[in-house]
Design a protein around this ligand. Structure first.
Ligand code: SAH
Length: 357
């Protein structure tokens, strides 16, 4: 299944949660929460308290908000907040923790908490499954179920924050799904995480395989979020083999949109490049890649392949990876190698697939 033909309408600026007076409370702005408590006959300051308990204390039921009057709490016990249920928690020896979260309709998604010295990063999912069907990705092999709503994205961050008892500092949209196929909810979640949870946009990265026209449209929102584009091949023919959804999207068009993104937002674009032994890891391929990126404000992030079942790929050895790095450096491309965390819990890039439970 490829990209849906209908393009979601995107508001001109990052809007607060569009479901501001219907649906779950999670995702709503402070002002909307104040309005909501007032509709319940309560004073405005209860809305401030609700905001604090929802977004900073991670409360799961309104009945647990101990600063609320007892009788009101009993009435509120059945109001849906929009939190998921923890289905499974899978810690990896390197400190990363994978969470399987069950949504209101029973679907399961995956989220990963990745601690490092000064950071706590959450790798969030934007869809249940993914329709892009990349050859090397477990999520793609598992098919697509549905888009996530704003509150289901925000919930993932709060779940990790509460479990680690530590403020989440960074967010990467690199879990299950293709964020640019769910633009409206992803933009609402970015706004909520930024304004309500207090995470800087510059500490968020949105990773996309590229959907025709949407990078340029995203640029018009002038977000401060880092855009990461999954390139993975230095030419169209190989890219199509690895990423079937790239067929209607010429590499030249994708790169042109990325250039526009840099020009419109003033932010550089990161290119992700998975390293698959014998497929796309030859030094000549690094040179060909560099040619496309000449004169571009960019950075290349190499991701050595994380093994998944039923994909006949292998990770190149360190020498081979270093040769690719060196070839890029000779072309003056800034490059880093990202060894994914969470491999042992099948929580690394490309290994997320709810059916592994
Ligand atoms: N759909 C988005 C985000 C999801 S995956 C995108 O494609 O960018 C985040 C990154 O992990 C992408 O660059 C993706 O190509 C990469 N990835 C997928 N499977 C992988 C695997 N088995 N090993 C290493 N990286 C993988």
């Amino acid at each position: 299944m490829l990209a849906p033909t209908t393009i979601p309408t995107v508001p001109p600026t990052v809007a607060p949660n569009p479901a501001s007076d219907t649906g779950p409370l999670l995702g709503r702005s402070r002002a909307d929460l104040i309005t909501w408590v007032q509709q319940q006959g309560q004073p405005a300051y209860r809305g401030q308290q609700l905001h604090q308990w929802l977004y900073h204390k991670g409360v799961r039921s309104l009945a647990d908000i101990s600063v609320f009057p007892k009788r009101w709490r009993a009435e509120l016990a059945t109001v849906p907040i929009g939190r998921s249920t923890l289905y499974q928690r899978l810690p990896a020896p390197d400190g990363a923790v994978k969470y399987l979260l069950q949504l209101a309709d029973g679907q399961i998604i995956e989220t990963v908490g990745i601690p490092s010295e000064k950071r706590l990063t959450v790798c969030v999912s934007s869809q249940v499954g993914c329709p892009m069907a990349c050859e090397f990705c477990a999520t793609g092999k598992g098919g697509f179920q549905r888009n996530l709503a704003c509150h289901e994205i925000v919930d993932q961050v709060l779940t990790v924050q509460t479990d680690f008892q530590q403020r989440v500092s960074h967010i990467v949209f690199m879990g299950m799904g293709e964020p640019l196929l769910n633009v409206e909810a992803v933009l609402a979640a970015i706004a909520c995480l930024n304004q309500e949870v207090g995470i800087g946009q510059r500490s968020m990265t949105l990773s996309t395989v590229g959907i025709p026209g949407r990078i340029r449209r995203l640029a018009e929102h002038r977000l401060q979020v880092t855009l990461a584009v999954s390139l993975h091949a230095p030419d169209q023919a190989l890219r199509e083999q690895l990423i079937p959804s790239a067929r209607p999207y010429a590499l030249a068009d994708l790169l042109a949109e990325c250039r526009d993104y840099v020009q419109i937002t003033g932010r550089r674009v990161t290119f992700e490049y998975i390293l698959l032994a014998g497929v796309n890891d030859r030094p000549e391929q690094a040179i060909a890649l560099a040619k496309h990126l000449r004169g571009f404000q960019t950075h290349v992030n190499l991701i050595p392949y994380n093994p998944i079942d039923a994909a006949g790929f292998q990770r190149p050895d360190r020498q081979r990876i270093q040769a690719f790095v060196n070839a890029l450096k000779t072309q003056h491309i800034t490059v880093s190698v990202r060894y994914s965390r969470g491999l042992e819990a099948a929580a690394a890039c490309g290994q997320l697939r709810a059916s592994q439970r």
